[in-house]
Design a protein around this ligand. Structure first.
Ligand code: GAL
Length: 659
């Protein structure tokens, strides 16, 4: 079964207003709801006085109709009494200003009072709901770090940061060494001399910054771990998840996901966005544990709480397409945000499946139709997984390092990962995302874009992968920095030079739109002629063979990209950021073949496999119908018809084949 649901806020409705909710949910094939993440003031109206009866009634009424509950810990927003009593738990920004209460996410996860109050409410809820029929799992809190709140600069964080450094480095000399504090008289004798990287008149020390980014991420992870341990201890029958934010850059989600049974994420595409961006985030989220849910799926016009602007109304067919896209990329559950648009509060403009009046209209009808399809197909699809030979090494410390020092104006690490991902998608292969600690042996091709922080240990691991037959691809700026974010004294790409079989002779940032043309070297080069921008490197090959060179100007005939044979495999070092068609051609040339070639632009093809077979999903995100050729005719599961090998997929169309 695929879990199909909605985010529901019973605390917003009178019994009269809510009387049709459950019957309508049932008619729409909804089998799960998520509740409670912002209801702390209802659960604990006064300190130590807990009230769960109102929620129990809703859970029981839903359960009677076969609808399960994912309950949330409500720690994202403590009640006002708590904030008034303990103002020291409010966060501070980099300028030392208080993040005021009244909205959400304003409490500091290093504040002892907040930790204690959170622990108590989670403990009470877990004990109360451990055995309640209908409750199947928990979502902790809500979107850690949302509204730029991962990084807090209060005094609690100051103290906790020093403890974190003590644990990591043991003594201040080692910190001085790791951060290179001889620069600008930043050397410490005592722990209490180490500040937070608050707003400063000039740029902060990049190593200080990177450790602060790591510490801030670890703070979120520790908060999650505390709730995870409590919930798993008291509610062994329930799963525990958290709703991640896809490509959100501030938390190391590999670490966070270790304290979930599976992660979820919240998907809010606008019709005008690139339709493959949700796929990117589905695959990122899936990669942490192998399965995931979409816990919040846009189902109506969004209504930004700050600007007050109304977002796009989903076009007919879009909600269904977004839902199937999640399933096609491995989701085992999809919940819409929100069941019904609320009548008050910062998000009163944010629509759900139902509008404010609760009347079922076309979005409801589309949700019901999709629910009917998923109820039927879910029986065979459930349990199947996306498996792929291709992975991208997308590491949060790399992201933070590049965020601090992108090198080239307008360069973003995550956008670069996305461009590579988009090129992989055009081959129809799924793509896993890994970090430097992940197992990589099962892959055939590993992209390690902009692998700026690299030491010998990482180089040895990647080299062993290549020697065993894998293909590794590096892109510019790789290997330049130590894991502490200082620069290596060796030529670029530092520890990666031996496996890449080359060094970098010169780097040239292009901030003002300058470009270079590159051309292939050799008839079997995977690199085609292309124009590149932002940043170029001149490579000096030792063992490696050039596969591309600069075509003209002062760099003419100098090496731009090279391949080094390594045992049974190979290492590519691209000294330029290939984009668009050139990147797609390069990826297609080195990736294993996929059984459906020539996928038209805008069409997404994915594959899930399991005990009940292998399923090919074809989704048309484009504006026109498209045709593609499958390896043979197959049964299409939504209609039950056998079609192919040539198949037509309409605009917003979805085909699911059992192959
Ligand atoms: C998400 C959040 C929800 C709701 C939604 C619409 O980011 O988790 O609580 O705020 O956005 O704004």
């Amino acid at each position: 079964m695929i879990q199909y649901g909605a985010c529901y806020y019973p605390e917003h409705w009178t019994p009269e207003q809510a009387k049709n909710h459950i019957p309508l949910m049932k008619r729409a094939n909804i089998n799960v709801v998520r509740m409670g993440e912002f209801a702390w003031s209802r659960f604990e109206p006064e300190q130590g006085r807990y009230r769960f009866d109102w929620m129990d009634e809703v859970i029981q009424s839903l359960h009677k109709e076969g609808i399960s509950t994912v309950l949330c810990t409500p720690t994202c927003i403590p009640p006002q009494w708590a904030v008034v009593k303990h103002p020291g738990m409010l966060q501070r920004d980099a300028h030392g200003r208080v993040r005021n209460p009244g909205a959400r996410c304003h409490c500091c996860k290093n504040a002892p009072e907040y930790q204690l109050l959170s622990e108590r409410i989670v403990d009470q809820m877990a004990r109360h709901y451990a055995e309640m029929p209908g409750v199947i799992g928990w979502q902790t809190d809500n979107e850690f770090g949302c509204h730029n709140t991962t990084r807090c600069y209060c005094d609690h964080c100051q103290a906790a940061f020093r403890d974190w450094l003590l644990e990591k480095y043991k003594d201040t000399d080692t910190v001085n060494q790791a951060w290179g504090t001889a620069f600008w008289s930043f050397e410490f004798q005592q722990w209490n001399e180490i500040p937070l990287p608050r707003a400063m008149p000039a740029g902060n020390n990049p190593s200080h910054w990177l450790d602060f980014a790591r510490f801030s991420s670890d703070t979120q992870v520790k908060f999650q771990q505390a709730q995870y341990d409590l919930l798993k201890g008291l509610c062994p029958k329930h799963f525990v998840t958290h709703n991640f934010m896809g490509r959100f850059p501030e938390i190391d989600y590999y670490k966070l996901a270790q304290f979930t049974d599976f992660p979820s994420w919240d998907n809010y595409p606008e019709g005008c966005d690139d339709p493959f961006l949700p796929a990117y985030q589905h695959e990122i989220t899936r990669s942490f544990t192998g399965s995931f849910w979409v816990m919040e799926q846009k189902s109506g016009p969004t209504g930004d709480s700050q600007s007050g602007l109304l977002g796009e109304q989903p076009e007919p067919g879009e909600i269904r397409r977004w839902t199937w896209q999640a399933v096609a990329n491995g989701a085992d559950g999809v919940c819409y945000f929100r069941w019904r648009a609320c009548l008050s509060g910062a998000e009163q403009y944010w629509h759900g499946i139902l509008d404010h009046d609760g009347a079922p209209r076309r979005r409801y009808a589309e949700v019901a139709k999709t629910g009917e399809e998923l109820a039927r197909l879910g029986k065979v699809i459930a349990g199947s997984k996306v498996e792929t030979p291709v992975a991208i090494l997308r590491g949060y410390p790399m992201l933070w390092s590049i965020e601090r020092q992108p090198g080239a104006a307008g360069f973003h690490y995550d956008d670069h990962c996305y461009e590579i991902y988009r090129a992989v998608k055009r081959t129809a292969h799924g793509c896993d995302f890994v970090n430097i600690d992940s197992g990589i042996d099962k892959y055939k091709v590993l992209f390690a874009p902009c692998l700026c922080l690299a030491d010998k240990k990482l180089a040895d691991k990647l080299d062993a992968f290549a020697q065993a037959g894998g293909t590794v691809v590096f892109t510019p700026q790789s290997g330049a920095r130590t894991p502490s974010n200082t620069m290596w004294a060796h030529p670029r790409p530092g520890a990666l030079a031996a496996m890449a079989g080359l060094t970098v002779d010169e780097v040239r940032p292009y901030h003002h739109g300058q470009t270079e043309n590159v051309e292939p070297v050799g008839s079997d080069s995977p690199v085609s002629s292309a124009t590149v921008e932002k940043w170029v490197e001149v490579l000096a090959c030792r063992d490696a063979q050039p596969v591309a060179q600069y075509a003209e100007g002062r760099l003419k005939e100098k090496c731009a990209a090279a391949r080094n044979s390594r045992g049974k495999g190979a290492v590519y070092y691209l000294g330029v950021y290939l984009q668009g068609e050139a990147l797609a051609a390069f990826v297609a040339a080195i990736a294993p073949e996929f059984p459906v070639p020539g996928i038209p632009e805008g069409v997404e093809v994915t594959r899930r496999s399991g005990k009940q077979g292998s399923f090919l999903f074809v989704i048309n995100h484009g504006n026109q119908s498209q045709t593609l050729t499958l390896p043979s005719a197959f049964e299409e599961l939504i209609t039950g018809e056998k079609i192919g090998p040539e198949v037509k997929v309409a605009r917003n169309g979805i085909l699911v084949f059992k192959t």
